[in-house]
Design a protein around this ligand. Sequence first.
Ligand code: SAM
Ligand code: SF4
Length: 328
Amino acid sequence: MNQVDYLRISLIDRCNFRCQYCMPEGAELDYLLRQQLLTDEELLTLLNEVFIPVGFTRFRLTGGEPLLRPRLVELVRAIASLPQTQDLSMTTNGFLLAPMAQNLYDAGLRRINISLDSLDSEIFDNISGNRGRSRWQQVWDGILAAHRVGFDPLKLNVVVIPGVNDHEILDLAALTIDRQWHVRFIEFMPIGNGDLFGDRGWLSSAELRQRISDRWGLTESAIRGNGPADVFKIPGAKGTLGFISQMSECFCDRCNRMRLSADGWLRPCLLNETGQIDLKTALRSGVDPAELRTQVQDLLQIKPEINYKQRNSGTTGIYTRTMSQIGG
Ligand code: SAM
Ligand code: SF4
């Protein structure tokens, strides 16, 4: 059985962007109220008394946009300094990153993934729901700041949408030639964005690899991260290219993660709510963390079954919750 030791923690469901594929226009988003979010203390209690004792040691902070979480640096410091934390990372849109990068690094964050779907400011603004706001440069500055401060690996996440940004695949891949960055192409998923997905469809990793390979050739790289990316290199490049193929290649069998939502629901599968547990309500009503440990252990036991069901139902359904609500 796969060791499940990786927890993706959504710190907030709100975002300062509104990416078309994540929070599409017209999607009804009921944001959580402040008091509905897990507090820092509750999150640390859950980590110390529930997740770490059952074997979780690697944590990724996500959102919505995690940089919007109040007192984020202190929270990062607290999680990074838990003796059992083996790995702490973050996924961010990078917009608020430049002035925070050094403080986050000093607090113990070492790995960061920044979403960057385009090198063209106008296309970027369209995709990210920032039409007319010219926000690309500030994100790019955040990426450069993360690089300067020493985040390693520095990963850039690209969701490829046919006819929107797929003509930029080679330019995005070329970022890895002279920089030790890792550009990861993520297959576009139909989560909460049925209209766009219906209009545009998606491109498989195999197709993207082929296009890149036709230009430069590609070699398989030995480096694998915590996740499901297949990693390649342009020959002679300093960085790598990752391909995350959750649409074309089901990797439910090797799934090593669970997800904790900003309001404290523990979810065993990205695409499936079976078995999820409301840890925040339990904690607030005084349930003993020992009892919560048992519930999480039980969920870990049935996770392979949930993964198996998910694998058989596939990922081509249309899901109603948005990625921003789940945490990616
Ligand atoms: N706001 C942060 C960001 O954009 O990096 C963190 C949260 S976001 C939900 C996490 C990741 O999910 C991002 O890399 C984003 O590109 C990806 N994502 C969101 N919606 C997606 C979709 N429909 N298909 C594939 N990836 C998606
Ligand atoms: Fe916000 Fe990230 Fe979703 Fe874009 S992908 S809307 S930046 S949560």
